[in-house]
Design a protein around this ligand. Structure first.
Ligand SMILES: [Zn+2]
Ligand SMILES: [Zn+2]
Ligand SMILES: [Zn+2]
Length: 131
């Protein structure tokens, strides 16, 4: 996803720009705390707020890892789901979605207007399986 094409930049500030640069430097997934520690000059509220904006815009996806810690990672543009390894916290993006109908029907059955759904599948990745 091209960042400039999102509306995130319309209310850009210097601090938010620093957060974005730090996010672009991350190689894998990261927590808000990781990011905050790399940005000593930026307030935590700004870090959290920027992460929230970027997650809602689809630039980042968030995944709950072992120990119930929320991690962020730069997202592919397409709607996708996650396979999460419970041993090494590896996150694999899965770009096929087989549950769209289920999500729509479930929402409809309770009178909800569907907005989005998320699905994470947890297990052991090939390199974490024992013999
Ligand atoms: Zn993802
Ligand atoms: Zn693993
Ligand atoms: Zn889906």
């Amino acid at each position: 996803m091209v960042l400039e094409s999102t509306q995130v930049f319309q209310r850009n500030t210097a601090a938010r720009g620093k957060v974005l640069q730090a996010i672009e430097r991350q190689t894998g997934h990261f927590t808000a705390e990781d990011l905050s520690q790399q940005l000593p000059g930026v307030g935590r509220a700004t870090v959290y707020r920027t992460l929230g904006v970027l997650t809602r815009s689809g630039y980042l996806c968030k995944v709950l890892l072992g120990g119930n810690t929320l991690h962020y990672q730069v997202s592919p543009e397409e709607h996708h789901h996650h396979l999460v390894c419970i041993e090494c916290d590896r996150i694999v993006d899965v770009e096929s979605c087989e549950v769209a109908d289920y999500a729509r029907e479930t929402a409809l059955a309770q009178g909800f207007q569907l907005q989005r759904h998320r699905l994470e599948v947890y297990g052991r990745c090939p390199s974490c399986q024992i013999g």
